[in-house]
Design a protein. Structure first.
Length: 329
């Protein structure tokens, strides 16, 4: 930041990302917490609300660092100094903490305009879900072992053994296999267990349906075929793939004496898209996964968004895998 930049910012006044404090007080902790929880911001100490420069004492820097550290979890702003007319102004640059919810004195705050607003319990829960602090897949549900297709559990284990991904004896009792997979704890089954291996998962997760449609033309105005897929995740992936295969062309070409067949869309890519849509959806949402086939394209949509740690640009290059539902994916 250039020497003249602080004065330019001060002249513009307070905003969503700029706060003035005439001197140090506990309110500083609220602002630091709010900035960290929103989009970050700049806190000027030694500047009154109307933009007049008052200055602060040297010890204020230590006080700001201490109160930022007292946030839970701690916040680490970059603190700079500037002198104007022999008056010290501290500038605390507070970064946005993606995927983390900070609190100050047991209250979480967010920045709304030029105010630091406390979050309600409902907002805290919503934030935790969005930031994936609270997951759906590992929560306990009302399903019992009688609701689980034990043979499907064993088929799944045999399949993973064949691909050398797991080392679990498929002849073990289903309850023990589920525990080893992290899908069961004590007498409680997780939602992931019901979604993966349940006989009727929609009894416990109504929103887990997959809606497939073949539309006429290029717009979703009228459909030629429509099907609502129920059942567990594995069944839904297979059924959705079959629906797509029934509504796309299989082209054939003879080269020499060899007949080569090619689907209009690569099936491996379609299955991957459907699998990702089902496994990585936001199950807290009441919306469904949609597979829509048009004359010129196929759209696969699910409720949810990217993790806070990822952006659209990140997807265009190698990046870490951050599954929405690790127990399912």
């Amino acid at each position: 930041m250039r020497d003249e930049e602080p004065l330019e910012i001060i002249k513009e006044g307070e905003s969503q990302s700029v706060e003035f404090k005439g001197d140090f007080s506990p309110e500083v902790g609220k602002t630091i917490c709010a900035f960290a929880n929103t989009n970050g911001g700049t806190l000027f100490l030694g500047v009154s609300d109307d933009g007049r420069i008052k200055g602060v004492a040297e010890r204020t820097e230590e006080q700001v660092a201490s109160i930022a550290h007292s946030c839970k979890p701690s916040v680490y702003p970059e603190i700079k100094k500037t002198i104007h007319n022999e008056k010290l102004v501290l500038i605390a640059e507070v970064p946005h903490s993606k995927g983390v919810l900070h609190s100050f004195k047991n209250v979480a705050y967010r920045r709304v305009g030029t105010s630091d607003m406390p979050l309600s319990p409902e907002e805290v829960i919503a934030f935790a879900r969005q930031a994936r602090i609270i997951r759906f897949d590992n929560q306990f549900c009302e399903a019992g072992l009688s609701d689980i297709d034990e043979e499907m559990v064993r088929r799944f284990i045999r399949s993973t053994i064949a691909h050398r991904r797991l080392d679990i004896d498929p002849n073990l009792p289903a309850a023990e296999i589920l525990e080893k997979l992290g899908l069961k704890q004590g007498n409680h089954l997780t939602y992931a267990a019901a979604l993966l291996f349940g006989r009727e998962p929609q009894r416990f997760v109504l929103q887990s349906e997959v809606r497939c449609a073949r539309f006429k033309g290029k717009e979703p105005l009228s459909f030629l075929d429509m099907k609502v897929l129920r059942g567990n995740v594995i069944e839904q992936i297979d059924s959705a793939e079959k629906f797509v295969m029934n509504h796309i062309r299989l082209e054939a070409e003879v080269r020499g004496f060899v007949r080569e067949e090619r689907w209009e869309y690569p099936l491996s890519a379609m299955r991957e898209a459907i699998t990702n849509a089902i496994c990585h959806r936001d199950y807290f949402s009441t919306a469904n996964v949609h597979v829509s086939i048009f004359d010129d394209r196929i759209e696969v949509r699910n409720p949810g968004g990217l993790p806070p740690e990822l952006t659209i640009d990140d997807l265009k290059r190698p990046h870490n895998s951050i599954p929405q539902n690790p127990l399912i994916a």
